[in-house]
Design a protein around this ligand. Structure first.
Ligand SMILES: Nc1ncnc2c1ncn2[C@@H]1O[C@H](COP(=O)(O)OP(=O)(O)OP(=O)(O)O)[C@@H](O)[C@H]1O
Ligand SMILES: [Mg+2]
Length: 251
């Protein structure tokens, strides 16, 4: 059974059908990309998954839970997290403290922090926070206030904060947008490394190199409809995709 099962999701904005009867199955442990031209409905679909937009019709089932009636924070508590839009970075706190806050929040529920109640576990959680920072390549700046980070490193910290919640499904909307080639490359490496942990991911991305190098499966949206769905090799050869997505230019 798929970890995430979207069935017949439709969303209209005034006269515009942003999502038209969309089906999507995401297998546990996969890296599933959603691609399509501007305005195809990709971000709207992600917003439906996080609960920030409610569909007019259709179902979203995550690990047996129907998500449509749930509030965004409830969906987040079930383990669905969105990266790179995290409001949870505290600029004056050190990197380690930023991740520690997220780690405690993950354990105790949102921001019911009680640092003194479990002194023995605090050490354990600190170790976990350090490991997460090592994973994203920020181990050299553990005690530096977050405000001093470069833009690229700030994104790494946002990812670390997100990972500290130990999500089961990670949603990324254009993780390399606005990045230099070098930053894009290191972000891809980072995402690949997280893939190795088996965390399920949905990625929206315009950079085809990123898409084809990371994805185990790709769904193509065009004008709110799914026009193709399959492994990368199949999508690369798909004529409807060539036509709709790139106007006949080969991927
Ligand atoms: N809140 C909203 N109100 C009205 N129309 C909206 C709203 N959000 C999105 N739309 C419209 O719905 C369509 C799909 O938008 P969406 O942002 O999902 O596309 P996208 O595939 O993410 O595009 P891009 O690649 O440019 O990010 C667009 O025509 C957009 O203008
Ligand atoms: Mg978008």
């Amino acid at each position: 059974m798929a970890l995430l099962d979207v069935g017949g999701v439709t969303k209209r904005f005034a006269g515009l059908t942003a999502l038209d009867n969309v089906d999507l199955k995401v297998e546990a442990g996969s890296v599933h990309s959603i691609i399509g031209p501007n305005g195809a409905g990709k971000s709207t679909l992600l917003n439906v998954l996080t609960g920030s937009i409610k569909p007019d019709r259709g179902s979203v089932v995550f690990d047996g839970h129907g998500l449509v009636p749930l509030q965004p924070y409830e969906i987040n508590q079930l383990g669905v997290a969105r990266v790179f839009q995290s409001p949870e970075i505290f600029p004056e706190l050190s990197l380690l403290d930023n991740v520690m806050v997220a780690t405690f929040a993950a354990r105790d529920g949102s921001y019911k922090l009680n640092l003194f109640e479990h002194p023995s576990r605090a050490g354990e959680l600190r170790q976990f926070a350090e490991e997460v920072l090592v994973d994203v390549g920020l181990e050299e700046h553990l005690t530096m206030p977050a405000k001093h980070l470069s833009r690229g490193d700030k994104r790494r910290l946002e990812l670390a904060v997100c990972l500290a919640h130990r999500p089961r499904l990670l949603l990324l909307d254009e993780p390399t947008a606005g990045m230099s080639q070098t930053e894009t490359h290191s972000t891809v490496e980072l995402l690949r490394k997280i893939s190795a942990t088996g965390m399920t991911k949905i990625i929206i991305e315009h950079d085809m190199e990123v898409v084809f190098s990371l994805s185990s499966r790709i769904t193509v949206l065009h004008q709110g409809r799914v026009i193709a769905d399959g492994p990368p090799a199949q999508i690369r050869e798909d004529e409807a995709v060539q036509e709709a997505y790139l106007g006949g230019v080969h991927l």
